[in-house]
Design a protein around this ligand. Structure first.
Ligand code: FHN
Length: 478
């Protein structure tokens, strides 16, 4: 992903002087600090506040790379119909019901009168995330349907002015996140099916990728940007602004670059995903290769890249069942085994896992989600150092599971426990100092070095953790 998009400006002389200053600072003080990951930052970003050098991209990304695991929350008016409209079950993802059931704005808006999540408890939600081992929460401030989960000054189509609930959800969540040391982040849809200057006039094909609204730039300048300013200055500092809905005809890469700069000017250290512009290749989520695109990390959706991507930051977002927004009859839940192994798989390829919950209209995270997150938390409590802040496997693929690493340690995530008492680990070039189960550090495991860099570790007859037992090799770091 690329560094901050440097805006062209008519103050070239001043800008040039700043460029030279930044490059000198970078050469003398910042670039040598660059992490192991390929430093893609340019030293040319102009200072945003006089006298304060801007954080490099690696410095901004540090907490996010360390976190590795976050909670996605899709919540809004769509939780009221919960997948049904006029007695009919509507196919597809729940938060798209306005589009999938051809609901006109005039019929969708009254859902606000039924949105009264009296069981919502921000502290409880944040504790569920924290206890699962998640370090950040990305919640839909505004999804495609245009409904705002905070008290916006530029519309009444929000939680305070339009619903009987009358509490500022995002304000309460912001407070709870600060209390528990969790980074609050917002998902914000560029596409807006409610706003007359955006996609509302395209009813019933709100998502018509071929149509343009002549007033779209008015929506961007007088509505979307002011709302983003409200969110960043009123509920921040934020960890990430997670844009979506960028695939519409009215949105372009230059607008994405402008929005990236606009947001970073409001909060210089914020992270922004690659859906702010037009860089991503569909659900694969990584950037097309033909030019520099705005955004700090790639966003594979409902999938995990086949291999690690050296020097690229990416985050796989996934549902726990088949929908992002709540549907009362979607019980196709992924098992805790599947979710835990996905977490290890993603980390073994150097990515982050953004796992979704879709709360009900009462404000509750569904029970099956809570159970799975508790199980993941139990595993993370023992094994989180094999995920948190690790880098991709240094030894490629292994037949029995996955690997992650940090300087001096290789973590062997064993899914298929060998029955012959020996775990064969290929490609270990460094000297192995010791081996042990992460869950039982003091019980050292014997190991021998075989031909061609394979290390054979003597392991117990039965897997201590049938889902993922972590064996640690401490090595002489280069
Ligand atoms: O259309 C959205 C969808 O509702 C959901 O928010 C996902 C999650 O990333 N993103 C878009 C589909 O790619």
């Amino acid at each position: 992903m690329n560094e901050r998009i440097t805006r062209s400006c008519d103050c070239d002389r001043v800008f040039l002087r700043r460029m030279v200053t930044s490059i000198v600072i970078a050469v003398l003080f910042v670039l040598p600090l660059a992490g192991s990951r390929q430093e893609v930052a340019k030293a040319s970003s102009p200072d945003r506040s006089v006298g304060k050098a801007e954080l490099s991209r690696n410095e901004r990304m540090k907490w996010w790379r360390e976190a590795r695991f976050g909670m996605f929350i899709h919540w809004g008016l769509y939780a009221v119909p919960a997948g049904e409209w006029k007695g009919e079950r509507i196919k597809g993802i729940g938060e798209w019901i306005m589009e999938r059931a051809d609901i006109p704005v005039s019929e969708y808006e009254p859902l606000t009168k039924q949105f009264n999540p009296v069981k919502f408890n921000a502290d409880q939600w944040v504790r569920i995330a924290k206890n699962a081992g998640m370090k950040y929460i990305v919640i839909t401030s505004k999804h495609h349907d245009g409904f705002c989960l905070w008290d916006s000054k530029v519309t009444d189509y929000d939680i305070i002015d339009a619903t009987p609930f009358g509490r500022d959800i995002l304000k309460e969540l912001s407070k709870a996140c600060k209390k528990h040391g969790i980074r609050l982040c917002f998902y914000h849809s560029i596409m807006d099916w409610h706003h007359p200057d955006a996609q509302a006039p395209f009813y019933p094909s709100y998502n018509d990728g071929k149509r343009s609204n002549p007033n779209f730039s008015r929506y961007v300048e007088t509505y979307m940007k002011p709302q983003l300013k409200e969110l960043i200055t009123g509920y921040g500092p934020l960890g990430v602004l997670w844009f979506d809905g960028e695939w519409i005809k009215d949105w372009t890469e230059p607008q994405g670059k402008d929005l990236y700069n606009y947001v970073r000017d409001l909060q210089p250290d914020i992270l922004i995903n690659n859906r702010v512009g037009k860089g991503r290749k569909g659900m694969e989520g990584l950037n097309k290769g033909d030019q520099e695109y705005a955004g700090d990390f790639g966003t594979p959706e409902q999938q995990i890249p086949a291999k690690g991507l050296p020097g690229v930051d990416w985050e796989s977002c996934m549902t726990m069942n088949d929908t992002w927004g709540y549907k009362h009859y979607d019980d196709n839940w992924k098992s805790k085994e599947d979710l835990l192994r996905k977490l290890a798989d993603i980390a073994s390829k150097g990515g982050n896992f953004l796992l979704n919950v879709g709360p009900t209209s009462e404000g509750l995270i569904p029970g099956p989600s809570v159970e799975r997150l508790a199980a993941m938390g139990k595993w993370m409590k023992i094994n989180d150092q094999s995920i948190r802040g690790t880098t991709a496997s240094p030894i490629g693929e292994v037949p029995w599971g996955r690997c992650t690493a940090r300087p001096g340690k290789i973590y062997l995530h064993v899914f298929d426990w060998p029955t012959d008492g020996t775990l064969e680990v290929p490609g270990i070039e460094s000297k192995v100092k010791k081996a042990y189960l992460l869950a039982k550090k003091r019980a050292k495991l014997r190991f021998t070095r075989q031909e061609g860099g394979t290390v054979a570790v003597a392991i117990p007859a039965h897997a201590p953790d049938p889902i993922n037992t972590v064996v640690v090799l401490e090595i002489e770091s280069k």
